[in-house]
Design a protein around this ligand. Sequence first.
Ligand SMILES: [Zn+2]
Length: 200
Amino acid sequence: MSGFKTTLINCRQCGRRILVRAADAERGSIMCSHVGCGAINELQKLVHYDESIVQGLPEFGQLTYLGNAESSYSLQFGRNVIGTSETCTVRVTRFVHEGRCFISRRHCTLTITFDKWTGQLRYQLQDGAIDDTTHTHHYSLNGTLLNGIPLQKNELIDVDNGGIITLGGVDRFRLTHFPIPPAMLDTYKIELGFNPDRTQ
Ligand SMILES: [Zn+2]
């Protein structure tokens, strides 16, 4: 129980304040000391993780092209614009099918953030991208699909590990998350205090 500070909670039964000490926290419960109450309050640990952990990560996952020739593209933290233009964060090959390429120059945006509550990276997909000179959002010509379902305009959707992103209806990519190792996560854990469990 490193760095534990004495804290106050409200009793789940009488609502009055109870002082929680390290020993109570370790036990996982505390009995209300107020006269006429004596309710047992379960102590649910509330933690989150420090975002500075992302500075030490070796990678942020990748996209793998699921075509004849498999190729992988590394992702970066923050905004990844995917398309065939050299202005993209992830510049993909102009895959040609019967003389046509269906991927737009700036086709879609995959944004990677750190979720401080789960301690894991979050991947969110959106069709189109912001134009860096006009600062307006432009959609792709042929659309973006997630697991076979077309994204609506303005839709921002979470992509699970292994999710399949289809660009222009033809070219498929599999997303591989980078899982933050539990041992590393542990060192960035911040204990916020305790809440009485109200489910009892
Ligand atoms: Zn009480």
